[in-house]
Design a protein around this ligand. Structure first.
Ligand code: AP5
Ligand code: MG
Length: 199
């Protein structure tokens, strides 16, 4: 009797990481098709809560517009609720989370609880003046409330103060980190990412 096909159900847990405007959302949307992973963006989830004026939305609206980080426990609760479903297919690509070392610790705990771990961190690097240019260009097109010059400056401060350390957290734990040059066209960046992930 032929053995049934083996469905090895290892789920990929990836993190797309980088400062505001580095292209996390743009590249994650493409990688969603390429890697067959679910793109989970905490920024998008929060913006949807604000748009629907939910209790969470009311709580985070002003914090986000100012460019500050929302409280760790609030965002960890959101991810904890969504992760199991997002992980169902072949895996998940987290965008905008974890953003503090405390969030990274919580994520590690959640994953360990289900026998999983972070497989890779894809870190996009882009010089700060280009980040600001990109975001201010988008401001003219889309009017995201946190795309003002002041809020962008605060987002960059929060990134340097609290988020940059997340990369060291994973480096110390021996997680695969792929640093990819995020400059050039979105196509060029995507090709670089694909080359890194397939090698
Ligand atoms: P979030 O939504 O995560 O925003 P962000 O990290 O500030 O980054 P962006 O979404 O602006 O940029 P991106 O890296 O996704 O780049 P994109 O592809 O859009 O978070 C927003 C807020 O939510 C936070 O400030 C905080 O308040 C809250 N929040 C979310 N998660 C949280 C958490 N875990 N903890 C606490 N608070 C949290 O590209 C940017 C622009 O450039 C676009 O217009 C794009 O079209 C363009 N672009 C992309 N690639 C290129 C390219 N190669 N060349 C030219 N232009 C490009
Ligand atoms: Mg984004």
């Amino acid at each position: 009797m032929a053995a049934p096909p083996s469905h090895h159900t290892h789920r990929v847990i990836g993190i797309i990481f980088g400062p505001p405007g580095s292209g996390k959302g743009t590249q994650a949307a493409r990688l969603e098709n390429e890697l067959h992973v679910k793109h989970l963006s905490t920024g998008e989830i929060l913006r949807a809560e604000v748009a629907r004026d939910t209790p969470v939305g009311k709580q985070v609206k002003r914090i986000m517009a100012a460019g500050d980080l929302v409280p760790d426990d609030l965002i960890v609760d959101i991810v904890r609720r969504r992760l199991p479903e997002a992980e169902e297919g072949t895996g998940v690509l987290l965008d905008g989370f974890p953003r503090t070392v405390a969030q990274a610790d919580s994520l590690d705990e959640m994953l360990t609880g289900e026998g999983h771990a972070v497989d890779f961190v894809l870190a996009l690097t882009v010089p700060e003046d280009e980040l600001v240019d990109r975001i201010l260009r988008r401001a003219a097109l889309e009017g995201r409330p946190d795309d003002t010059r002041e809020a962008v400056a605060e987002r960059m401060r929060e990134y340097r103060k609290l988020t940059a350390a997340v990369l060291d957290h994973y480096r110390k734990r021996g997680v695969r980190i792929e640093e990819v040059d995020g400059t050039g066209t979105p196509d060029q960046v995507f090709d670089r990412i694909s080359a890194h992930l397939s090698s």
